[in-house]
Design a binder for this molecule. Structure first.
Ligand code: PHE
Length: 489
């Protein structure tokens, strides 16, 4: 077996964790989830979710990986063999998310190419839905696959595999570039976004909380799961990254650094998007709340609009923006893959390369669904099930297995034996009580809502397939992997 890799330095780890956390989730997912869930009200819920669940769970995952020196499945399996399958189910959710995450990156590759000529023209909406995706009439009308997206998907997977080819040592180096470059570009775009004519209408919507919206449990579930998605928790990855840390490490302060940089980036990205939405609303005379851009296509419609409106160097900024999106996405994408591969390696003792290639090839083919004409619909449906149910359930399971079965007291002892910041009883209360109770209530609510009406009015059958993946296929795969013979047996 190969030796378990280790980070070259503290900064490599912090940057890799930030790189994983900051990704398309901040610039692509956060804005549309926020726009669909009450704008300013969502921001309030997001911050509450960060404090009551996001940060405590991040600390829990990193330290559990560190303690057991294993990814999610191995860590939960070490606590009790009976829970190993749940760990694998968590790995499965990560895998499914990777497949559509890669599809969004393939759109970004295509847009990077288009940016050289500003090929999207004035009607950025039509360009995205029709020219780029070739969107079909509904989830069961698959249409064809556009060649540029296939090329994009190939490029995405090749870059992912290249970045993790040598494990944490390469990752530690790549992330210096993939964290710094996007940030600089983002700052410029935010400044332009908020200075567009009419931006204030969008910004008002973004920053003024309508507290009545907070009465809707859906907004809260959206906020909790966005925090999980964005911090990369409820996957296997933070366990794996924690397991690569040296014995003595500043776990708690590093977790704070990661969480704060990630949230600030999302909130900042929101300024650019909502500024531009305000501008669009002024141009079209449609109120911000009624702009029909909500959904996973939002960023790909809105950012090209901002780029068109720049006073000069539009092409340059277009290229920079999509390059930024790719550099933002790549370190998240490879960390997603890493979460899966580290679990497989721990269990079966496969070589690093063999594991990466197998996962990549399999992931690549699964991605075809998301770049077909019906891709956007499926992306929306699967993303909904993976996040609203998958991540919420994953975090719930972790709080139970680690918090109750293993015990927060023991984990706290481990964490507090490390140098730097310590944690106290509040952390234990969040893990054992606050986060799980909130998640159970929100999940229950969402299940009832789904029984009453399908998600976003998709056909029941499409929704059923999403539910099938989440509630049948993933747990089943979890069982099979847990039962499979490990390298030590
Ligand atoms: N946090 C990443 C983002 O915001 C997505 C991600 C989730 C990456 C889970 C890795 C693991 O884009």
């Amino acid at each position: 077996m190969e030796a378990r890799g280790q980070w070259g330095s503290r900064s490599s780890f912090v940057l890799a964790a930030i790189g994983s956390a900051i990704g398309l989730g901040n610039i692509w997912r956060f804005p549309y989830i926020c726009a669909n869930n009450g704008g300013g009200a969502f921001l309030v819920a997001f911050l509450v979710a960060l404090i009551t669940a996001g940060i405590p769970i991040l600390i829990m995952e990193l330290s559990t990986g560190h303690k057991f020196q294993k990814a999610a499945s191995g860590s939960l399996g070490s606590i009790s063999k009976k829970y190993e399958w749940l760990g694998w189910a968590i790995v499965g959710i990560g895998f499914v998310i990777t497949t559509y995450y890669a599809a969004v990156m393939s759109w970004s590759f295509k847009y990077l190419w288009d940016a050289f000529t500003l090929a999207w023209g004035e009607n950025t909406k039509d360009f995205f839905f029709n020219d780029t995706l070739g969107i079909s009439s509904g989830p069961f009308d698959f249409g064809g696959m556009k060649t540029p997206l296939i090329i994009g998907l190939v490029l995405t997977w090749v870059s992912i595999v290249a970045c993790i080819w040598k494990g944490p040592e390469t990752v530690g180096k790549v992330v210096y570039a993939t964290v710094a470059i996007p940030w600089i570009i983002l700052v410029v775009l935010v400044i332009r976004g908020v200075t567009l004519e009419g931006a204030h209408a969008g910004l008002n919507y973004y920053l003024t909380p309508d507290f009545s919206k907070l009465m809707n449990p859906k907004v809260w579930l959206a906020a909790y799961t966005q925090v999980f998605f964005s911090l990369s928790i409820g996957f296997s990855i933070m366990f794996a990254y924690g397991s690569y840390l040296p014995r003595k490490t500043h776990m708690v302060s590093d977790a704070y650094i990661v969480a704060i940089s990630d949230s600030l980036t999302a909130i900042m990205g929101g300024f650019a998007v909502f500024g531009a939405l305000g501008y669009l609303s002024g141009q079209t005379g449609t109120p911000v709340t009624e702009l029909n851009t909500a959904g996973p296509g939002l960023a790909f419609v809105v950012y090209p609009t901002i780029i068109n409106e720049l006073p000069m160097l539009n092409k340059l900024f277009g290229v920079l923006f999509f390059f930024m999106l790719l550099t933002l996405g790549i370190d998240s994408a490879f960390s997603l893959v890493e979460g899966v591969t580290s679990a497989v390696k721990d269990k079966f003792g496969w070589s690093h390369r063999r594991t990466n290639l197998t996962v990549a090839v399999f992931g690549f083919f699964c991605g075809f669904l998301f770049i077909s004409g019906a891709g956007l619909y499926w992306l929306d449906i699967i993303d909904y099930f993976m996040n609203f149910f998958g991540l919420a359930i994953a975090c719930l399971i972790e709080c139970y297995v680690i918090g109750w079965v293993y015990s927060t007291v023991k984990l706290k002892e481990h964490i507090n034996s490390l140098p730097g910041m310590k944690i106290g009883g509040i952390w234990e209360i969040m893990i054992k009580l606050v986060a799980p109770i909130i998640l159970v209530v929100l999940l229950g609510w969402e299940i009832i809502a789904r029984i009453n009406a399908p998600y976003e009015n998709y056909p029941r059958l499409a929704e059923g397939l999403g539910a099938l993946v989440m509630f049948v296929l993933i747990p089943l795969a979890g069982f099979m992997f847990a039962k499979a013979k490990s390298k030590n047996e």
